[in-house]
Design a protein around this ligand. Structure first.
Ligand code: C2E
Ligand code: MG
Ligand code: MG
Length: 278
């Protein structure tokens, strides 16, 4: 009996696997054409100063409308883009699209706002700063309006050349934030070694605030460490008034999350910016 169950669950498992690899192949095939076919969009999620309530900037988040499938979440297609190397042209598109949008806002007379873009470790190369700075120049965007978000895994990758790359960004005036902070394996000494401006507390720690004592203690510790190292600190995934109040009293600088707004298409984001910052 046990043997039967074992083999039937094995069959079930392998059929699941085939379905999944078929899905994955379809996804990969569509992803290869998504850039040419103009299927990507950026949404913008406000980052809000906890003391003043003003919007200080936005994180640009990639959205893909796969024909016949609807919206595919980044958690599904970014890993595929990374494995296939497609993240390099897609990542360049993201920086270009964010700068083009910034240019349109500036031309329309809107107050300048800083935009953060996510960079994948796979995009890292000696040429990355030159590519990004070239895009800024092409759209005539001051480097101070761009922030790049990197993850701890990028820092562990190839430390010396990553330091050189980050120094190029810093010298040009592009700021850098460390995304999903606390979830990776980087040592705290990295914080001294790399020219980071901002720590983003990962939403997995924010979720349990204020009821979970461990999450609350971890968030408080990250905020304290950021202050001591003169870094700005922003909490991700803030959903409730309780989380906002806790983080504000703990000295966190900014928040980002559904509590204030979901990621929005460009026009609604601009309208929200006008309404909030006056
Ligand atoms: P991330 O950079 O940490 O972005 C924050 C994610 O949290 C976004 O998910 C955002 O929609 C979500 N989020 C924001 N506020 C809340 C909240 O209050 N509650 C909850 N539950 N979630 C919230 P999204 O847009 O699905 O993106 C997921 C991840 O995909 C990003 O995490 C980032 O790692 C990656 N990603 C997105 N766009 C890009 C891109 O242009 N390039 C690269 N390389 N990665 C990207
Ligand atoms: Mg991010
Ligand atoms: Mg994050």
């Amino acid at each position: 009996r046990a043997k039967q169950t074992g083999s039937s669950s094995y069959l079930y498992y392998s059929r699941e696997m085939n379905l999944r690899s078929l899905e994955r192949l379809k996804l990969e095939g569509s992803l290869r054409h998504a850039l040419d076919r103009g299927e990507f969009r950026l949404h913008y999620q406000p980052q809000v100063d906890l003391a003043s309530g003003r919007i200080t900037g936005a994180e640009a988040l990639l959205r893909w409308e796969m024909p016949g499938h609807g919206m595919v979440p980044p958690a599904q297609f970014i890993p595929v883009a990374e494995e296939t190397g497609l993240i390099v042209p897609i990542g360049e598109w993201v920086v270009d699209a964010a700068c083009r949008q910034l240019r349109a806002w500036l031309d329309a007379g809107q107050a300048p706002v800083k935009i953060a873009v996510n960079l994948s470790p796979r995009q890292f190369s000696q040429n990355l700063p030159r590519t990004v700075l070239g895009i800024l120049r092409a759209h005539d965007i001051p480097a101070e309006l761009l922030e790049v978000e990197i993850t701890e895994s990028m820092l562990m990758h190839n430390a010396d050349s990553v330091v050189a790359m980050m120094q190029e960004f810093a010298a040009a005036g592009v700021s850098m934030s460390l995304d999903d902070f606390g979830t990776g394996y980087s040592s705290l000494s990295y914080l001294k070694r790399f020219p980071i401006n901002t720590l983003k507390i990962d939403q997995s720690f924010v979720r349990g605030i204020p009821r979970d004592a461990n999450d609350s203690a971890i968030a408080t510790a990250i905020i304290g460490m950021a202050k001591a190292l003169n870094l700005k600190v922003i909490a991700e995934g803030v959903e409730t008034a309780e989380q906002q109040d806790f983080l504000k009293s703990a000295g966190c600088d900014e928040m980002q999350g559904y509590r204030f707004s979901k990621p929005l298409p460009a026009d609604p984001f601009a309208a929200l910016l006008c309404a909030s910052n006056g």
